[in-house]
Design a binder for this molecule. Structure first.
Ligand code: ADP
Length: 692
């Protein structure tokens, strides 16, 4: 536009003798330069810094040219020097470019009185120009600096928030996996009612903790604004069944009547992201049960209107509970807000459920509403326009929903499963759980060994692959495997990283689904029941499977003897209570020995990794390796080594650099004492096993 204007002015000016020859020359040069730059800009996607500097200087030169050739009117061009300089600063956000442009403007402004007799006689006006050229861009530069710092701060904050969430998700879910697996085993093997009750309590509390973690993660996913829906065809009866299964038993336990109704005219499947619909409804119905002591809860799907392509459906939850005061009704959709009556009534809850439901409903195109009277019950509802799915069989769900029914699916047994996880404790516990259900399990602790097993041509009914393997990503393992076989076994990923990015990444790999750690036995069983069809693989005996016989009641007296024995051992580096607990988990007498041997190998490997990273002053790698080390140590109660790992994880780059030698020595000392302590326990256990 500027070029066209200059061109027009020059040609009109030249034709009508308005412009002098120098003016036409400057106009033509300016135009030529602008056109060349425009052409370069169109060809290159990114303008180099050198080119930016050149244009910053040439722009100032062109403006200087105009000032020189336009006589007294030149004063009108001087503000353009500031305009150009500030423009460079703001557009690029670079103080360097701003300074170059400012330097060029200053240089050319200084030349003006030397070359122009007119300006030489107007030194005060010239002084004002110089002041403007120096002060205005300097001030703009300071503002740009602050502006840039604010942007960088916001970016760092956002990055830190994502990292924190991923870490929280991983850090909490991984040990929670161990807790639930162990409690699950305890429940199955409990020899007394009290033990069964206690293990059930652990399971209930873990379930509750997991729900809270999921709430935090969902809330952050929804508020990030980056959430998108993945609608797939689903029958609404199925959604109703899932929500009912999750709520019914809780309602019954409180003596409440529970009704779930669906409009009979809702016959077609609908396109919906069932995860978020189920999540919102379970939150609402769960609250209804929580805040109702007598009466009933009803969950209704009502058809409001229907067209050829879609339904408008009202999803509603009524209860006869404590109700909500009008002043609280406007606040409860905000995160972490609980109504006074609700807080008095139920101690559990974080105040996130309704905020998540509201966000989820908005994402689906609706709005969550409430009508309630204190003491007279509450009614929550939302209306959604849902597209009818073409008449086709429902596609399999992309993941096993973590909010799915809590009812345990009756286990199928006898499937042949390859389980791959580099956390040997998880591997061991999961294998135990699968073997309890009568499956034949082959385990691998790395991607490479899994590929070796798969390359033997053995067939599996199902692959369970950890996503974060130490030597390769689970996705890579699956890709290599799928390339080499005509009919690959169905695969599920196991991951503690419940972030959206990972979910998406895994969704595109061709796996049947994702099981989020801590893996719930009900989800695992459902995955096996739905996906692990028996093949020829099942009948073949697995040479690599070192599974011990599926006995379940060897512990009791023997167990107590071993337990007593262990207490007497002096193991300052290992928490005896953890060892005793682990001892009581295993069905075979060699369980603890195997587990500790694996832990030893893991500790050795991770210690070496931390030491090497410290030596190379690679703080990030040192913290990552310390994180892995901490995971193994926690599982076997290696208290002191856990603390050393934690100290490394929590050190910043400067601390890690300045204390490299000290940290390495300490790490090696504690690791070798821990390994010696483990050896002591292994020797003792071997003797005990041999004596029985
Ligand atoms: P939480 O249930 O975890 O406290 P929510 O966001 O689900 O968090 O609910 C926020 C608050 O709204 C609750 O603490 C409670 O006071 C109130 N509330 C929600 N549902 C009901 C209901 N059905 N009956 C009475 N109060 C409710």
């Amino acid at each position: 536009m500027v070029c066209a204007l200059v061109l027009t002015l020059c040609s009109v000016g030249a034709a009508s003798n308005w412009l002098t020859a120098p003016q036409v020359a400057v106009g033509t040069l300016h135009l030529g330069y602008a056109l060349v730059f425009y052409w370069i800009q169109r060809r290159k996607k990114q303008i180099s810094e050198r080119l930016l500097f050149t244009t910053a200087i040439l722009d100032a030169a062109c403006i200087f040219g105009w000032v020189m050739v336009t006589g007294p009117f030149g004063i009108l061009f001087t503000p353009l020097l500031n305009f150009s300089t500030i423009g460079y600063g703001m557009r690029t956000g670079s103080r360097k470019v701003l300074r170059v442009s400012q330097g060029a403007a200053f240089f050319f402004a200084c030349l003006v009185p030397l070359l122009s007799p007119m300006w030489a006689t107007h030194m005060i006006g010239w002084g004002a120009v110089i002041l403007a050229v120096v002060i205005v861009p300097w001030y703009a530069g300071e503002l740009t600096k602050q502006f840039k710092a604010a942007i960088e701060f916001a970016e760092r904050e956002s990055q830190a928030k994502s990292e924190l969430l991923a870490r929280v998700s991983h850090e909490l879910r991984t040990p929670l996996g161990g807790i639930t697996h162990a409690a699950e085993l305890l429940r199955v093997e409990a020899s007394t009612v009290r033990n069964a009750d206690l293990s059930k309590t652990i399971l209930d509390l873990s379930e509750h903790l997991l729900a809270e973690i999921n709430d935090l993660l969902d809330q952050s996913k929804l508020t990030s604004g980056k959430m998108t829906l993945s609608p797939e065809p689903h029958p609404l009866e199925r959604v109703l069944e899932i929500v009912s299964a999750s709520i019914e038993s809780r309602a019954q336990a409180k003596g409440l009547l529970f009704h779930a109704r669906i409009d009979p005219r809702l016959t077609s499947q609908v396109l919906i992201d069932d995860h978020w619909l189920v999540r919102a409804l379970i939150n609402l119905a769960g609250n209804a049960v929580k805040f109702t002591d007598a009466g009933s809860i009803s969950l209704n799907f009502i058809l409001l209107s229907e067209s050829l392509d879609d339904y408008v459906i009202r999803f509603s939850v009524h209860d006869t509970g404590i109700g909500i005061s009008p002043s609280d009704q406007s606040k409860i959709f905000n995160p972490f807000v609980q109504a006074e009556s609700g807080r008095r009534h139920a101690s559990e809850g974080t105040g996130l459920g309704l905020a998540i439901s509201q966000e989820a409903v908005r994402l689906m195109g609706g709005d969550l509403c409430v009508a309630s009277t204190p003491g007279g019950g509450s009614h929550f509802w939302f209306d959604l326009r849902l597209e009818k799915a073409p008449d086709a069989p429902a596609v399999p769900t992309s993941s096993v929903p973590t909010t799915a029914p809590t009812k345990l699916t009756p286990p199928v047994s006898g499937r042949r499963i390859l389980l791959v996880d580099d956390n040997s404790t998880n591997l061991f516990l999961l294998k135990e759980l699968l073997q309890q259900d009568g499956h034949s399990v082959v385990t691998a602790s790395s991607g490479a060994s899994a590929l070796t097993i798969l390359s033997h041509g053995d067939r599996f009914d199902l692959l369970l692959l950890d996503y974060n393997l130490s030597d390769m990503a689970g996705t890579q393992l699956l890709q290599i495997y799928r390339m080499g076989v005509a009919q690959p076994a169905p695969a599920f990923f196991l991951t503690a990283d419940a972030t959206l990015v990972t979910e998406r990444k895994l969704g595109e790999t061709g796996a049947r689904g994702v099981l989020t750690k801590p893996i719930r036995i009900a989800d695992l069983r459902r995955a096996i029941q739905n996906e692990a069809r028996p093949t020829a693989a099942t009948s073949k005996v697995c040479a690599l499977d070192q599974a011990s016989p599926l006995t379940s009641d060897w512990q009791t007296e023997d167990d107590q003897k071993v337990g007593k024995h262990l207490r007497a051992v002096s193991v300052t580096y290992i928490d005896p209570a953890v060892i005793q607990r682990l001892q009581s988990l295993g069905r075979s007498k060699t369980f603890l020995i195997e587990m500790l041997s694996r832990a030893k190998a893991d500790i050795n490997r991770s210690t070496e990794a931390v030491a090497a990273a410290l030596q190379h002053q690679d703080a990030g790698a040192a913290r990552d390796a310390a994180h892995a080390l901490k995971g193994v140590c926690l599982e076997i109660g290696a208290i002191r080594l856990t603390n050393v790992s934690l100290a490394i994880m929590r050190s910043d780059d400067a601390q890690l650099e300045s204390q490299t030698a000290k940290m390495r020595t300490n790490l090696r000392d504690v690791a070798s004492n821990t390994l010696a302590a483990i050896d002591g326990i292994i020797t003792q256990q071997t003797q005990i096993a041999a004596s029985f």
